[in-house]
Design a protein around this ligand. Structure first.
Ligand SMILES: Nc1ncnc2c1ncn2[C@@H]1O[C@H](COP(=O)(O)OP(=O)(O)OP(=O)(O)O)[C@@H](O)[C@H]1O
Length: 972
């Protein structure tokens, strides 16, 4: 494929690489390179760099330009892209493009102005740190005026943009101004003063320290820290991009978000704060993402605005018992300076904006975040958690950027007010799963087999959106491919698979098959289980060799410390302990399932478990933070799975069946009680409204526990008492796994409900998981859920046969014209379908034609919403002619569809003929006076119509006033 073809074919990916961070820097760097190589003229450059234009538009303009220029320009563009964004395109062809331009060749032939252009990329680099000095030199020598300087210094500009602006100004001032800048930089270099800092000379040792820190960060982050850091999987080989989103519905919410975007300005909601939170469920890949950021920084390919990056693990900070100052914290926990510590630290204090801290796993810190104990002196010693909290809130070292990761449950309102933005990490997309499995297996045939087995088991595929589960499934491919019908369905199944795999890996020669493996390792399992359980209660995740002494068949001999390969595996062992221990405390299970508001009663969860905890850990238990709650909930989920009937054979030789059976009954009772409590809390409906339940935080967890049990009777029992018309689970972090559990449980509802799942991450796999409960859904709300045509195809294929199913809302998904064929079929087949809302998708005139085809023979639809699509006047005409004779349509929205006056004219026919239409929404449609005139005429003979919304069309104020006078039902 030629470079030109490549630029065309990969357009979307290239755009994503250039713009997804929201920063203009990658694009501007590429422009610098192309300008310096003479691939772009100044005129080209100015055509691309139009001030105030959206980044994506500029990037598209550049792509068009290099494409038109031909193969050579495309080659140069691709090599520039590779330099600026080395990871951008994965396997690229070997570009025929130009040689690297970022390297300063030092050639100074030609005029100064020519040199200024030829060395532009490196000059931007050099100048960004000494703008003030350069401006002063230009001002002194009379080449620049004050107003030139002010333009360059505009605070809107980043340092590199200031440098570019300076160079552009110098260019317009002629040859001697260019010579002056080059001389200034040369002098600066000869004096040996680094050029990356404004008027600041870092201590000589600083650069050495920077080097030391970055090689230490690089060494720590180049291997994936899986299997308790025992694996040697290179992060480069395995890292797969996770799906990131802004948590808040901010203006940039729909801009694709890449790794660098986490730290960048885009999505900021609190300008005062310096801390970004990356939140995600257990195993969603938060630590791995930070590791990736660290590695990219250390290699010099990302976050280059920061001279120093200090990575912290909250898990490790827990074991710091001494009080420390910030200086000690940085140097002792990250990297020790060989000389001149104080000077280096002073430099850090003086340049906070050049420093980045990362805190991984804030939820693993023993203490919950609080901003009560204020500290602002960097030399004052304090307990480490106090230092961390003060750094995060910015009372210590204001201006230093911080990236913090945590599970969402552990993030309270006090922390939220100190965040500049919150980013959600949602695990792997479907493509991500595919990519991860392929990266895990060098044999493509094996990878294909694993992927095929996932496709055949969509419950398992749903689980693989969580990277940790995807990792387990990949590790256990042999077990997976060999298990045929009994393929794992639940999270417990998957963790049992890795446990078995783990023991067989430890002692491959012992043990025959299947049954018996647990018995053989019982002692170890119980011992590790107890450690895991007490560890969770005491927020303790690192164990010493002595802790492990009793685990004889584990090879820990050469290691000082032990961690479970992942927190969720610690929870799994804790659950094994709850199941296997002979502890006479019968209340252990009920306590695990108690509602998680215990802490509100000033009674930490650990207190309930006091009896299970050996005395030496009691102090820690009482110190416990809210962070334990999610771990206890995960443990409870595993306990449900392990005690389900389908796994009872496992315990045959390790426990009395009567005890296991009793524990199983206890779990079932707890789940049923938990659900009843929820149901009782539903308020009675206001007269005339439906009875509606908004899910409380623990609802989804309880549903997941019921799913783990896989016993229809329990699900039936739990649901039979729910009397509700509408079930609202918006913003509840519902992904495919939750959909599987929901559908499993909701199918037993006695009466049909409206199921509202807006603003979650259902996706196509989740949509498919909902099929078992479609028969009980009267309406399905799936706004903003990343669903594509494929998900809809499956939903509708099932929905067509479900009598109760009458309404669907799919605002803001990824639908195209393809899905309209399925809706066409639905509308033709179902003469009792009431409401179809497809706003803010990618439906064009072609899709409108398909819908029209279905509507022609439909006699039931009342609500049709196509807000924010692109059906244009042709689409409007097709729909108008199909709906002319509708006797049922009451509400119709075509807001923002570019239908124009001719579209409006066509719609006038519906107004003329329809006996039912009451509201027509035509806001933002470029309709002129002529179009509205047609609507007014049509309204003359229509009495049931209540309003036509026409805001933001092409009408003057006078026209609007005049028309309102003539027809009061028009709303402008
Ligand atoms: N982006 C990724 N690419 C490849 N593998 C990943 C990625 N993210 C996570 N994994 C796999 O999933 C495992 C768990 O991920 P990680 O520890 O980063 O999750 P986490 O969100 O930090 O979990 P917790 O909240 O429990 O600390 C990793 O050890 C790795 O095997």
């Amino acid at each position: 494929m030629s470079d030109q073809d490549f630029v065309l074919k990969q357009r979307t990916e290239i755009l994503h690489a250039l713009c997804s961070s929201g920063s203009a820097e990658p694009l501007e760097k590429i422009l610098d390179i192309l300008l310096s190589q003479g691939e772009l003229t100044w005129e080209d450059y100015q055509n691309v760099q139009v001030p105030g234009r959206p980044l994506y538009t500029s990037a598209r303009q550049l792509l068009d330009l290099v494409y038109i220029k031909g193969v050579d320009a495309c080659g140069c563009f691709l090599s520039a892209l590779r330099e600026v964004k080395p990871e951008a395109l994965g396997a690229c062809p070997s570009f025929t493009g130009c040689s690297s331009a970022l390297e300063d060749t030092g050639e100074t032939q030609g005029s100064s102005a020519q040199n200024l252009l030829a060395q532009r990329p490196s000059l931007v680099n050099k100048l960004q740190g000494c703008i003030d000095g350069a401006l002063e030199a230009l001002l002194d020598s009379g080449y620049f005026t004050e107003s030139d300087c002010n333009e360059v210094r505009l605070p809107l500009h980043t340092p590199t943009q200031q440098a570019r602006c300076l160079l552009d100004h110098v260019r317009s001032k002629g040859e001697s101004a260019a010579t002056a800048v080059l001389q200034y930089l040369q002098q600066k270099e000869e004096c040996g003063s680094p050029t990356f800092l404004d008027n600041a000379t870092p201590p000589k040792e600083f650069l050495k320290y920077q080097k030391k820190l970055s090689s230490s960060v690089s060494a720590q982050s180049c291997f994936l820290s899986t299997y308790g850091r025992t694996s040697h999987m290179s992060l480069d080989d395995i890292y797969t991009e996770g799906h990131l989103e802004f948590a808040q519905d901010c203006a940039d919410a729909h801009v694709p978000l890449g790794l660098e975007g986490i730290v960048g300005k885009v999505g900021t909601i609190n300008e005062e704060a310096d801390t970004v939170l990356v939140s995600g469920e257990a195993g969603s890949g938060k630590s791995t993402l930070l590791q990736r950021l660290h590695l990219l920084w250390a290699r010099g390919v990302a976050l280059q605005d920061f001279l120093l990056l200090f990575p912290f693990s909250c898990r490790r900070l827990n074991s710091e018992e001494k009080e420390l100052s910030v200086q000690e914290l940085l140097f002792q926990h990250c990297c020790w300076p060989d000389r001149q510590q104080d000077e280096i630290f002073q430099f850090i204090l003086d340049h906070p904006h050049l420093i980045l801290f990362t805190f991984d796993g804030l939820d693993e810190l023993k203490q919950s975040f609080s901003d009560e104990h204020r500290l602002c002196c960097p030399t004052q010693r304090a307990p480490v958690h106090i230092l961390v909290f003060n750094l995060i809130q910015g009372s210590l070292m204001k201006g230093v950027r911080k990236v913090v990761t945590s599970r969402p449950e552990a993030v309270g309102p006090v922390l939220k007010k100190h965040l500049s933005k919150e980013v959600l990490l949602k695990g792997f997309s479907l493509d991500g799963i595919d990519c991860f499995v392929r990266k895990n297996h060098s044999d493509p045939a094996l990878a294909a087999k694993v992927l095929a087995s996932l496709q055949a088991n969509t419950a398992l595929l749903g689980l693989c959106h969580s990277p940790v589960l995807c990792w387990i499934v990949s590790q256990c491919h042999k077990e997976l491919l060999g298990c045929g019908e009994g393929s794992p369905q639940t999270i417990t199944d998957v963790y049992l698979m890795i446990l078995q795999h783990f023991f067989q890996h430890q002692s491959p020669l012992r043990n025959g098959k299947q049954a018996g493996w647990l018995e053989e390792h019982l002692e170890t399992v119980v011992h590790l289980g107890q450690l895991a359980f007490t560890g969770i209660l005491a927020t303790s995740y690192i164990f010493s060799v002595t802790d492990l002494e009793a685990s004889k068949d584990m090879s820990f001999t050469n290691r000082k410390q032990y961690e479970f390969p992942h927190m969720t595996i610690q929870c799994f062992f804790a659950a094994l302990y709850v199941v296997l221990s002979n502890n006479s405390d019968r209340s252990a299970i009920p306590k695990l399932f108690e509602p998680q508001d215990r802490e509100v009663n000033n009674e930490g969860p650990g207190v309930c478990f006091g009896v299970c905890v050996p005395p030496r850990n009691q102090q820690n238990v009482e110190d416990a933070s809210r962070a334990k709650t999610p771990n206890l909930q995960i443990t409870a989920t595993f306990v449900s799975g392990l005690l389900s009937k389908r796994h009872q054979n496992l315990w045959l030789h390790s426990c009395s069946s009567a005890v296991i059976c009793k524990k199983g009954q206890q779990v079932a009772r707890c789940l049923s009680k938990g659900m009843q409590k929820h149901f009782r809390s539903i308020p009675q409906p206001v007269q005339g409204e439906k009875k509606s339940m908004h899910a409380m935080p623990d609802f989804v967890w309880l549903i997941k526990c019921i799913y783990e049990m896989q016993e229809d009777r329990i699900a039936k029992d739990a649901m039979s008492k729910l009397e509700v018309d509408h079930l609202k689970l918006t913003y509840c972090n519902i992904g495919p796994v939750e959909c599987t559990a929901l559908a499993y449980v909701l199918q037993y509802l006695r009466n049909p409900v409206g199921l509202q799942l807006d603003n979650n991450s259902v996706g196509d796999v989740g949509a498919e998981q909902l099929l078992p409960c479609m028969h009980i859904c009267r309406s399905l709300y799936l706004r903003n859920n990343n669903i594509t045509d494929e998900g809809i195809r499956k939903l509708i294929a099932k929905g067509i046969d479900c009598e109760n199913f009458q309404k669907i809302a799919l605002f803001n998904n990824k639908l195209t014209d393809v899905c309209t064929q399925h809706f066409c079929h639905l509308l033709k087949t179902r003469q009792d379908f009431l409401s179809l809302r497809l706003g803010n998708n990618n439906i064009t005139a072609e899709g409108a034609q398909w819908l029209a085809e279905g509507l022609k023979s439909n006699h039931s639809l009342q609500f049709l919403g196509l807000w924010g699509n692109k059906i244009g006047d042709a689409g409007a005409k097709a729909l108008a002619s199909a709906l002319e004779n509708s006797k049922t349509l009451v509400w119709f929205s075509l807001v923002s569809n570019g239908i124009g006056s001719s579209g409006a004219q066509a719609l006038a026919n519906i107004i003329r003929k329809s006996p039912s239409l009451e509201e027509l929404w035509l806001t933002e449609n470029c309709i002129t006076k002529a179009g509205v005139e047609c609507l007014i005429q049509a309204l003359k003979r229509n009495t049931q119509m209540k309003s036509i919304w026409l805001r933001n069309n092409d009408l003057t104020l006078e026209e609007q006033e005049e028309m309102t006078k003539r027809e009061s039902r028009l709303v402008f």
